[in-house]
Every structure is written in structure tokens, then in C-alpha cells.
Design a protein around this ligand. Structure first.
Ligand code: FES
Length: 494
């Protein structure tokens, strides 16, 4: 089952780029960041093209829970402690302005996208977290932001404490995008994979998979995870997480947007799906590619649904990946100081709706040589000590394991015991082979080394994919790449 957004909104189809093209700006990535930036460039009259590897908004944007909020978990106490009060304040107001900018675009373009203002809440039912809520509230009060502490919610979830942000928003992201696309249809190309990016004297040269080339003066890499490694080195400061969502019908009304700061984390909001009111219940996060059993992810969410609602029916379920930055702040701005006129937006840490708007505004200002007062907060070339030591050591651990440790651990020499619908890595004559057996017994063999930087892949039985724990690339069972940073399929073996 796909997401409620992708299942219910049909976006226009766009042709593949078949000829060489020269333009001012090339945007790589047709998610909400690239689309919003395209909309703004078109309004300014700047020539550009936008290329998307698959279909517009078919990846992270099509699978989000689409909360438009500056409440990104419990972030502001961390930001003040790790950086400064001013820094926390500017992060907050960059995102508050994003809510208003989206609202303005919805009104001015008359986009019918179920945009509704709602309050958002981070809640806990864990005594050890109550003080974290209090600390978050204190920082926000100090900044002068109007948040509230409450000890009861309007929904049937027991809590000890929650922090409430007023006047946030939610929408249907596909309907929103459907309202933006007609403004620049002529600039969009789907099924166009950027295989190679090179700098030349006047800008950039992008080689696509089918041989066509784009020459541009300025380049924006707006893929969820940058498709170019050097000289940005984002693979040393990003990883990916998978999270799961159920869309359910129930008699219980959910008014507001909720997320817990407990373990397991849950997220709730309502939405309209094919004329019905549904509740989106999210949770069950894991690091993408981690060698864990994800088979029970939806079942675990259903158990949570059972505990919250008397009656419910699951209408849709899906999972998605998000790029997570080690220091909890998105990377928006110059790709690298060594690579002028190339820009990046990534590491939205699951808060892609406001972050994409913040990114579109900062990158628009970069492209048009304007000042942006929030750009320093998200500066993608920042080089400071990573305050989140746990995330840094986990990234290093996973990279070493994926590149070396896991490969040495492969002991299986054959796949005779492989169940239908499953896959595993074996070692045959000293060579690693990824084998998948489909339900008819047909075998698919691939080279199980990630085409990004060579980490060993794990088989994901839930989605029947080969997943990489190092930076989160994912491939179908037959080796076709689904999610980057990789842009190349796995080698198919006989
Ligand atoms: Fe980087 Fe696999 S995603 S090595």
C-alpha cells in the first residue's frame, strides 16, 4: 500500500530529458524543496530546469506526515546549550516564517490542499522526560516565543506533560505541489537521472543516464541525500532513518498534531483521504539498513492503535527514509567552499515541510545574490565540533562495520535453506553474493556491495529490498536503486 497522498492525488506526468540543454540554474531533485525553489525562480523570471530521477514527489515528499511546524521535537534547549540563545531563536523564527510563507503561497495561488491551522504538541508519559519539557519551555519563554505547558491532551493518550505550539499547520503535500507545478511545467523533466556532475569554466555540466547533458551556471542539489560526495563530504555527517505510518479510520477525532518524546515514539495527526477522515499514526523508527528485524514494524504500530482506539481499520501503510544530520540542524547553502555556485539542501531530520521552505528561501537568496538573515544557522559548510557525540560515534561505527566488519562475518556458503520471499548474503569461492528467492522460487543474485561507497548491504524482509546501513541507500531485490545517495543499480550476477 502507498501513502494516502500518493494514492489520492495524481500529479501531471513530465517527459524525460532527451536533448542537451543550457540554462541558468539546474535543480536536481523533484521533491518539495526543488519544487518550491522552482516556483520562486519562475516568479523571478530566472531560467532553470528541474530534473527528477523518478516521478515528482514520489519519495520523501510523498511519504511524509506533512506537519508544518517549527516544533521539531524537543530541539530548542539543545540548540541553546550547544550553540546560543540567538541561534535557537533564529532557527525557530526561520521555521515560523516558513509556516507563514506556505500559508501565503496557498492563499495567493488559491491552492486547495487541505491547509489547516492546528496546534502541535510534544508530549511525554515518562517521569524522566518531564523535566526536558520544562527545560524546553524555559528556553522558548526566554526567547519570547508563546509556547504553553499542558498536562492533559484533547486525545485519549495519557501524559504527564506536554509542550504546545499554537497556530501551526498541516496540509496535503501532493495537493500543494499540484498547485505549484503548473507555474513551470515547461522546466520539469522526470525519469532523468543525474549520473555525473562536473565543474567547467562557466558553471556545471550534468551528464544524465541516457546521455543528454545539462549545462548551467548554478546548480542546486535538492535530493533528500546529496547525490555528489566530493567535495561536500556529506556522507561523513549524515545518515538515514526509516519510519513507518498507518492511516486508519476510527471514531476518535484527532484535533491537533502530536508527537511523543518517549520510547517508542509515536506521532498522530488527522487527514482527509478519499473523502474520509483518517488518523495518521507514525512511529517505529530505525536506522535505515540496520541489521534488525523490521518485519514487525506495522504490527507494533497496530498494537499502539489498539491501545488508543476502540475500533479502527487500516486503510494504508507505508514507510519512508529521512536524512538525519549529526548535529540536528539541516545543511542548507553552499555545497562546499571549494565548489562555488553549487548549493545543497539536506538533513531535514524528518521535519521536511518547514525545512524545505526555509531551504527554498535561503537558496533563492543565494542564487539571486541577496542576504538571508537565517542562512548562517543552516550554513552547510559549517565546521564545528559535533555536539551530538552519540550520533557521530554511531555513524563511524556503522561505516566501519559496513565497509569491513560485516563482510568478514559472512559465513553462509550456500542458500539452500533460503525461504521464499527472503534474501541473504553468502560467500561463494571467496566472493560475496546477495541472493533473493521470490515466491515462485526464482533466484535473483546481485553484488551486495553498495554502489555508493561499497558497504555491505542487508536484506530487508519487510520491503524485499537490499539496504545500506552506512548512509541509507536502498535497492529493490533485483538490484535496481530506489533511494540514494547511490544513483547506480547493483551489479546483477548470473
Ligand atoms: Fe553509502 Fe551505501 S549508502 S555506502
Amino acid at each position: 500500500m502507498g501513502s494516502v497522498w500518493l494514492n489520492s492525488v495524481e500529479l501531471p506526468k513530465y517527459k524525460k530529458l532527451e536533448e542537451d540543454i543550457s540554462t541558468d540554474v539546474c535543480i536536481v531533485g523533484g521533491g518539495i524543496t526543488g519544487i518550491t525553489l522552482g516556483y520562486k525562480l519562475k516568479k523571478e523570471g530566472i531560467p532553470f530546469v528541474l530534473i527528477e530521477k523518478d516521478m515528482i514527489a514520489s519519495k520523501a515528499t510523498g511519504h511524509t506526515t506533512a506537519k508544518i511546524t517549527s516544533q521539531h521535537g524537543l530541539l530548542y534547549h539543545y540548540l541553546q546549550n550547544a550553540y546560543s540563545k540567538e541561534y535557537a531563536k533564529d532557527y525557530l523564527y526561520a521555521n515560523q516564517e516558513a509556516i507563514e510563507d506556505i500559508s501565503r503561497i496557498v492563499s495567493s495561488e488559491k491552492i486547495d490542499c487541505d491547509f489547516v491551522r492546528q496546534n502541535s504538541y510534544v508530549f511525554t508519559n515518562d517521569e524522566t522526560k518531564v523535566n526536558d519539557i520544562k527545560k524546553e519551555f524555559d528556553v522558548l519563554s526566554d526567547i519570547g516565543f508563546d509556547a504553553e505547558i499542558v498536562n492533559k491532551l484533547d486525545i485519549s493518550v495519557d501524559i504527564l506533560s506536554a509542550i504546545k505550539f499554537n497556530n501551526q499547520a498541516k496540509f496535503n503535500p501532493l495537493k500543494y505541489i499540484a498547485g505549484l507545478l503548473p507555474h513551470f511545467s515547461e522546466s520539469i523533466y522526470e525519469n532523468t537521472v543525474a549520473l555525473d556532475i562536473k565543474k567547467n569554466n562557466n558553471g556545471f555540466f550534468i551528464q544524465t543516464e541516457n546521455g543528454s547533458c545539462i549545462t548551467c551556471k548554478k546548480l542546486v542539489i535538492a535530493t533528500k541525500y546529496p547525490i555528489k560526495d566530493i567535495p561536500g563530504f556529506y556522507f561523513t555527517k549524515l545518515y538515514q532513518e526509516t519510519s513507518y505510518v498507518l492511516a486508519i479510520t476510527t471514531d476518535t477525532k484527532i484535533d491537533g498534531m502530536y508527537i511523543s518524546c518517549d520510547t517508542p515514539k509515536i506521532s498522530l495527526r488527522s487527514a482527509t483521504y478519499n473523502g474520509k477522515e483518517v488518523v495518521l499514526l507514525g512511529g517505529e523508527n530505525n536506522r535505515t539498513g540496520e541489521k534488525i528485524n523490521t518485519l514487525n514494524a506495522y504490527e507494533n504500530l497496530e498494537n499502539i492503535a489498539k491501545s488508543l482506539f476502540n475500533n479502527y481499520t487500516v486503510l494504508a501503510k507505508w514507510n519512508t527514509e529521512d536524512a538525519i544530520s549529526l548535529d540536528k540542524i539541516p545543511y542548507i547553502g553552499d555545497f562546499s567552499k571549494l565548489y562555488p555556485n553549487c548549493y545543497v539542501a539536506t538533513g531535514f531530520n524528518k521535519w521536511g515541510m518547514t525545512s524545505s521552505n526555509v531551504a527554498a528561501n535561503i537558496l533563492f537568496d543565494k542564487i539571486t545574490n541577496r542576504e538571508n538573515k537565517y542562512a548562517y544557522v543552516f550554513d552547510s559548510t559549517r565546521f564545528h565540533m559535533i555536539k551530538n557525540r552519540k550520533a557521530l560515534s554511531e555513524l563511524i561505527k556503522q561505516s566501519v562495520k559496513g565497509l569491513l566488519g560485516d563482510k568478514l562475518k559472512v559465513k553462509d556458503k550456500n542458500y539452500s535453506d533460503l525461504e521464499k520471499g527472503s534474501g541473504k548474503v553468502i560467500k561463494e569461492n571467496g566472493k560475496l553474493i546477495g541472493v533473493f528467492k521470490d515466491n515462485s522460487g526464482k533466484l535473483y543474485k546481485v553484488n551486495p556491495k553498495c554502489t555508493h561507497l561499497g558497504c555491505l548491504l542487508h536484506f530487508n524482509r519487510l520491503d524485499k529490498t537490499w539496504d545500506c546501513a552506512c548512509h541509507g541507500s536502498r535497492y529493490q531485490f533485483d538490484g535496481t536503486v530506489i533511494y540514494g545517495p547511490s544513483s547506480r543499480d547493483l551489479e546483477k550476477l548470473d
